[in-house]
Design a protein around this ligand. Sequence first.
Ligand code: PMP
Length: 428
Amino acid sequence: MPEPALTVEELLALDRRHVWHPYGPMPGRQDPLVVESASGVRLRPADGSGELVDGMSSWWSAIHGYNHPVLNEAAREQLERMSHVMFGGLTHEPAVRLAKLLVDMSPEGLEHVFLADSGSVSVEVAVKMCLQYWRSLGRPGKRRLLTWRGGYHGDTWQPMSVCDPEGGMHELWSGVLPRQLFADAPPTEYAQAYADHLGALIERHADELAAVIVEPVVQGAGGMRFHSPAYLRVLRQACDAHDVLLVFDEIATGFGRTGALFAAEHAAVTPDVMCVGKALTGGYLTMAATLCTSRVADGISRGEVPVLAHGPTFMGNPLAAAVACASIGLLLGQDWLAEVKRIEAGLREGLAPAAELPGVRDVRVLGAIGVVQLDHAVDMRAATEAAVREGVWLRPFRDLVYTMPPYVTGDADVARIARAVCAAAREG
Ligand code: PMP
């Protein structure tokens, strides 16, 4: 291992002074952990304090763990051939293969793929597709979005407008963001009254609604809530009945996390537009995708401007696309469902004691996702330190301590993660 050019102290001093972190102040107030390398499910801190089992999969993405030989090889091979070329007027095998893989594995009817460079941009593209679709059909008044509260769709402008508007991450901008329509957050269990409420809202606003956009089955960063897949069928029916498009944001839920390849499958529903990201490249590189049906693509093609006017510089990045193909190959080449179910069972068993802790409101597990919800705001520093003492990396926030481990996490490490979640919930 080569000596780092900077000591840990020097790194932290420069970091504090110059580097923005997610939702962070400038200058930085808290010292992040300097991570030197990562392999398998373990992160290695630079201060020599000992490896940490990663309970976060780098925010849902590193499903195969780090430094995976197959993904490394795919990246190396592609790097030597071509790391990036513009996508305007050019195409290449990694992008084409990836598009075909995505179409083949996603719900029936999604046919066309826009290769974006981040999840937020894939949501921007989804919204643009929907608004342009209605404009092309001569209905430009249909340009609002409906979502349910408690959601999160990214940090760029349109996605921000459909994040949870109250107490959410973008509350600062309420009144400035485009004004969208919000239904209450979906209850966990199916409730006919709530289904009726959703249907009625869609019907009432159909003339101005371009699309309904939701995270199916699991609302992630907006609160880690789970809900009945039956609501997806309710949305599909109401959208069909009232001429509204349906967008599923599967950026967090995609690629097996909930125990289905895509959460839409729990309800056997095909959305008109679907966003994926995060685990798309196994967490190696920044890439996301927006898929749509032929109905949407044909609609746009019939418009006065028959093209989708979006073309980021790093669209279709060959390196990311090659790694994404390898990551999907790895996922589908194994019994991924058995692994996710194994982790689900381990989390259920390991998190059960958390339900008895004072200050714990709820414990829930679905697929390879485990959540402990407190009845108070978590003390992030105390909770993180408690997890680190157990040898685990977690990132608690708001009233939540949660984990979504890589699918390659062994049983002993799943148990260790669960112990760390309990410790963080107790001490946070
Ligand atoms: N949608 C969902 C459901 C997400 O969880 C996220 C990321 N947390 C995004 C969109 C935004 O993706 P990105 O951070 O890659 O822009």
